[in-house]
Design a protein around this ligand. Structure first.
Ligand SMILES: NC(=O)C1=CN([C@@H]2O[C@H](COP(=O)(O)OP(=O)(O)OC[C@H]3O[C@@H](n4cnc5c(N)ncnc54)[C@H](O)[C@@H]3O)[C@@H](O)[C@H]2O)C=CC1
Ligand SMILES: O=C(O)[C@@H]1CCC=N1
Length: 270
């Protein structure tokens, strides 16, 4: 079976689409990928698109499957894709909340089960990627890490109990940052700025501030203090955010609610 695809993506939506784009940008050959999606969707040139399960089974040419559908679909989809997740096949799961034990139970014949938590910045190869595995040998662990690291910065997590929390911070995180940018721009507009200008300024500011902090040895907390010139303007604004630890408390509740939803998604698939 010459030039056969090696990664079969089942459920080609926003997240797996961003990952595929990132891998192609990183130089992975398009021929290494195939997609199987419920609704018709165009894939990048060179990527194999299967119209249905039978076609994917007949090709039988992958050694890894990436699950890119919704967590609440696992019970429906798993029985249909047993023939695609058999001996020698690694299962990469994007399914938020679903545990290694649930993946092993859904795909008992697969060679290895790997939870993967990326975010949409995979599209520009700038996502953190949290990985947790069961069943990989040392060589496969290394090659798996390298494969996902091409999408940004991969990191192994050893404690599965923390997976929902890192999902909240790093997977859902862009949603919270976008809400912050939107609220900042909205606040500027409420106080008199032209809305489009407020949004452009908020975006450019967050872009530069984040890039600067990423390359600094100072912590973000110390950088905040550096922005606040003694007796100047910024301190007054920080005092509002810091009063009774308001911002941090809000974010504790934000991450808690997000992580708790992961446990619910898992329980729903019990
Ligand atoms: N959107 C995000 O930022 C992130 C999403 N995830 C995870 O990624 C997964 C997908 O999320 P999104 O991409 O946001 O959703 P989405 O709705 O954009 O994509 C899901 C895709 O699965 C396809 N699909 C549904 N049932 C199918 C089936 N039986 N066979 C083949 N394809 C099927 C749909 O047609 C759709 O294209 C979820 O499990 C989510 O937890 C993880 C990290 C971040
Ligand atoms: O909202 C969700 O469930 C997924 C997981 C992390 C980001 N999006």
């Amino acid at each position: 079976m010459p030039d056969a695809p090696k990664i079969l993506i089942i459920g080609y939506g926003n997240m797996s689409g961003a990952m595929l784009a990132g891998w192609l940008t990183a130089g992975e050959p398009a021929e290494r990928f195939a997609v199987l999606n419920r609704s018709p969707k165009t894939a990048p040139a060179g990527v194999t698109v299967y119209r249905d399960l039978d076609e994917a089974v007949a090709a039988g040419s992958h050694n890894a499957v990436m699950l890119g559908f919704k967590p609440n679909q696992l019970n429906d989809v798993a029985p249909q894709i047993q023939a695609l997740t058999g001996e020698g096949v690694a299962v990469y799961s994007l399914l938020a909340g679903l545990t290694i034990a649930q993946l092993k139970s859904a795909f008992p014949n697969a060679a290895a089960h790997i939870r993967v938590m990326p975010n949409l910045a995979c599209r520009i190869n700038r996502s953190p990627i949290i990985l947790l595995e069961n069943g990989l040998n040392a060589d496969k662990r290394e090659s798996t890490f390298t494969f996902f690291d091409a999408l940004g910065t991969a990191v192994w997590l050893e404690e599965e109990g923390k997976f929902d929390l890192v999902t909240a911070l790093a997977g859902s995180g862009p949603g919270f940052v976008y809400r912050f940018i939107d609220a900042l721009a909205g606040a500027g507009a409420d106080l008199g700025l032209e809305p489009a200008q407020a949004e452009a300024l908020a975006l450019a500011m967050v872009d530069g501030a984040s890039a600067l902090a990423a390359g600094e040895t100072l912590s973000p907390g110390d950088l905040a203090n550096r922005v606040a010139s003694p007796g100047g303007m910024t301190r007054e604004g920080l005092n509002v955010l810091d009063a009774e630890n308001a911002l941090q408390e809000l974010l504790v509740e934000t991450l808690r609610a997000t992580a708790e939803r992961g446990a619910e998604l898992s329980a729903d698939n019990g």
